[in-house]
Design a protein around this ligand. Structure first.
Ligand code: RIB
Length: 297
């Protein structure tokens, strides 16, 4: 099974502040750092650091060299990361002293994908290959339709959720990775148990990963429901913690690990990510995750 992650690549302009700026307020940040990020790129890096082979597709501008280098340095196949005449996507991220964040996205090159490019990339993949998607690029609906036609297994992180997601035929998605807010946006239900029941009814094909913040995570498919709590660590920056979880979760699925072990590794990995600054820079390597897991046992 090959893994194709068709997703965003961003420069994250990360501002450290005492608190997240309020409407009408002006505050001076204590530090500005620029990190490679974007939900797509973060998830590819997480997959790679978890030990999976992954091919990333997407678009950057002429200024996107550092993001391609990040793929290269992490062993992510970037032959389908195309450079176009549009500024690379970026995110303005405020990180408070308590580790909370707030993000403004500029899509830039991430929304320059066209159908010809999607078709060309997908022509290199086929039945049984995994297609991972998030919602920071355009044509996600088209990618789901074409990927499904080819018999690819589609994994979707419907984040950030907006009207583009409503255009997608979610009955073609096998693996959903989302938080409670996105779960509510899809099903109309607020309670985690009701969200899961709604998925069973509306999308009986689905394998659902529902993250519940401090309450951990629950996984559900037609055969089993499995839960895992969080590991408490000092929170420095939550950016990319969810992306880290996604990469480690899918790596566990790809290597047929039992679900409780998959959730454990993904939870340990994301607990390490929140204890470090930045996006791709905070994603741990497999050896560090295994060492931290032992400490928790
Ligand atoms: O999920 C975290 C990511 O969201 C950041 O890296 C930022 O680029 C935004 O896309």
């Amino acid at each position: 099974m090959k893994v194709l992650n068709f997703g965003s690549l961003n420069y994250d302009y990360t501002y450290s502040l005492d608190h997240i700026v309020a409407p009408g307020e002006t505050i001076t940040s204590t530090k500005l750092e620029v990190f490679p990020g974007g939900k797509g790129l973060n998830q590819s890096i997480s997959l790679a650091r978890a030990g999976a082979q992954v091919c990333h597709a997407g678009m950057v501008g002429p200024d996107g060299g550092m993001l391609i280098d990040t793929c290269e340095q992490n062993g992510v196949d970037h032959q389908f990361v195309k450079t176009v005449e549009e500024r690379t996507g970026n995110a303005i991220i405020q990180v408070s002293a308590k580790g909370q964040n707030s993000i403004v996205l500029f899509a830039g090159a991430n929304r320059q994908n066209d159908r010809a490019f999607v078709d060309e990339v997908l022509s290199h993949f086929g039945e049984g290959d995994l297609l991972l998607l998030q919602n920071e690029i355009n044509l996600v609906d088209y990618l789901i339709d074409r990927g499904f036609e080819k018999g690819m297994v589609i994994a979707l992180n419907p984040s950030p959720f907006d009207d583009e997601m409503r255009k997608c035929d979610l009955s073609k998605v096998t693996i959903f990775l989302m938080n409670e807010v996105e779960g509510e946006q899809i099903t109309g239900e607020k309670e985690p148990e009701k969200i899961l029941t709604a998925f069973r009814k509306q999308y009986p094909q689905s394998r659902v990963v529902l993250t519940l913040g401090k309450a951990g995570v629950v996984y559900q498919d037609a055969q089993q429901t499995c839960r895992h709590g969080i590991y408490k660590v000092p929170v420095v920056d939550t950016t990319a913690a969810g992306d880290t979880f996604t990469g480690y979760f899918l790596a566990g699925v790809l290597s047929d690990l039992p679900m409780d072990e998959t959730l454990r590794l993904a939870s340990v990995a994301s607990s390490i990510a929140v204890s470090k600054k930045g996006a791709t820079s905070s994603i741990p390597y497999r050896a560090d995750v295994l060492a931290a897991k032992l400490e928790h046992e």
